[in-house]
Ligand binder design. Structure first.
Ligand SMILES: [Zn+2]
Length: 443
């Protein structure tokens, strides 16, 4: 017969641990950066103290307080970072609550940056987080110059390109403090990446732009004449039908009435072509260009970003982006569990950090209009409102309206008429503050 004995477990007496206990242990271990045979002299503090001081004193800017941003803020605070700012312009939507774990139902409608900052500060005493609700473009160079490091958790490529060119522009060769490492995290479903950019030293986001190839666009003629997929019917309702029937109303993708209108139109079109699968949520997904967000992928990528920040600030281990080493980590969770780390090379003809114009092969018989349209789709440009000029003349300006009108006539002209082989032309887009320089090579 089994007997039950009750044992009282007496816990061994443990000293009260400070919040930094384990960070201090980690930072006290011998490492290539902290050699055991090179002890600090008696009057200098141990390296672990210096590293902990750096953690507490570094000013970190986090851009984005969404799925990645919540994880990044939490990890930073729990790792010992104390001076953090966060920028985000969005407000909390009920659909965010499944993964953006710093938000609760009562917070719906409030600004993400403010709620995230309040939550983490309440949970981690001693951590100071300043929230800014607005666009990154609202802030000037002086604002960005005050940080030691910038971490981005964004879903917009445009915002990444903007902060990248701003940080490259800040670098002053005579002032080492002007170089602000940029750690960029991104996820798409089960896939993600983290990368470290040392502006002007390693390859920048603009050098790496072809890693974000634009989504292939369905030709307008397919939408207009022979749709094959449910998404084609939604795009047709979105691009063509809305323009025909509701031209005077600005489409608001957050307005349920607008989505319902598009859904009804898309469904009718799908019936005409015997296409199945048009639903309300598909309509919403196509129109809002929704990328599925998975909480675990966000957690993995945010952890990688904050680990790199920790290593950079404490000099405790070699970090991603060490010049001459890997600077890009790809995580592939959709075909197993796979990570791959490599060095993305800096490009001499990068419009942001390089100094050479890029060669562009053009057909002299094609028109300027075709070139302008193509700039949106070229993986290395992705410009939606480009302005084009040569040294001597203006070719085409998308804005302002008066310049657009006076240069519109050039769109139908042959490139052979407007440009010469070997001539250089510049393309800019107000959204990025980047000047692309191209040299024409006629095919
Ligand atoms: Zn670059």
């Amino acid at each position: 017969m089994a007997t039950t004995t009750t044992t009282t477990i007496i816990p061994p007496s443990t000293p009260t641990l400070t919040r930094n206990h384990y960070a201090r242990l980690l930072l006290s271990r011998p490492s290539p950066y902290n050699p055991p045979d090179d002890p600090p002299s008696d009057d200098s503090p141990p390296l672990s103290d210096l590293a902990l001081h750096n953690l507490a004193a570094s000013r970190i800017l986090v851009i984005g307080a969404g799925g990645l941003g919540c994880e990044i803020l939490k990890n930073l605070a729990l790792s010992g970072f104390k001076k953090i700012e966060v920028i985000d312009m969005d407000t909390i939507d009920v659909s965010n609550l499944n993964r953006q774990f710093l938000f609760r139902e009562k917070d719906v409608g409030r600004a993400k940056a403010s709620v995230a900052a309040e939550f983490v500060m309440a949970r981690v005493p001693g951590c100071d987080i300043v929230a800014y609700v607005g666009r990154i473009q609202d802030k000037d160079e002086d604002y960005y110059a005050q940080f030691n490091l910038v971490i981005t958790g964004l879903d917009s490529i445009e915002a990444r390109r903007w902060i990248n060119s701003t940080l490259v522009g800040l670098v002053d060769d005579s002032n080492p403090d002007s170089l602000k490492p940029l750690i960029d995290g991104g996820t798409e479903g089960f896939k993600g990446q983290s990368r470290v950019i040392l502006p002007t030293v390693t390859s920048c986001i603009e050098c790496q732009l072809d890693m974000h190839a634009p989504r292939p666009q369905v030709p307008l003629c397919t939408l207009a004449s022979i749709p094959r997929q449910p998404s084609h019917c939604v795009e047709w309702a979105h691009i063509i039908k809305w323009e025909q029937e509701r031209k005077d109303i600005v489409l608001d993708t957050d307005d349920p009435e607008h989505i319902t209108w598009l859904y009804t139109a898309a469904l009718a079109r799908a019936k005409d072509f015997n296409i199945e699968g048009v639903t309300y949520s598909l309509t919403q997904g196509v129109v809002k260009n929704i990328i599925p967000a998975i909480a675990s992928t966000n957690a993995i990528i945010a952890a990688s970003c904050v680990s790199e920040a920790f290593k950079i600030v404490t000099s405790s281990a070699p970090f991603l982006g060490n010049p001459g080493a890997s600077n890009y980590m790809l995580y592939t969770g959709d075909s197993g569990v796979y990570t791959y780390t490599f060095e993305h090379q800096k490009k001499d003809d990068c419009p942001v950090c390089g100094n050479l114009p890029k060669e562009i092969t053009l057909d002299p018989e094609s028109t300027l209009g075709e070139l302008v349209e193509g700039l949106a789709e070229r993986p290395e440009a992705q410009l939606k409102k480009p302005n084009l000029r040569t040294e001597g003349k203006t070719l085409y300006y998308s804005s302002p309206a008066s310049l657009e009108e006076s240069t519109r006539g050039n769109l139908s002209k042959r490139l052979g008429e407007l440009l010469q082989d070997g001539e250089e032309f510049a393309v800019s887009d107000a959204a990025f503050g980047i000047d692309f320089r191209f040299v024409v090579r006629f095919s």
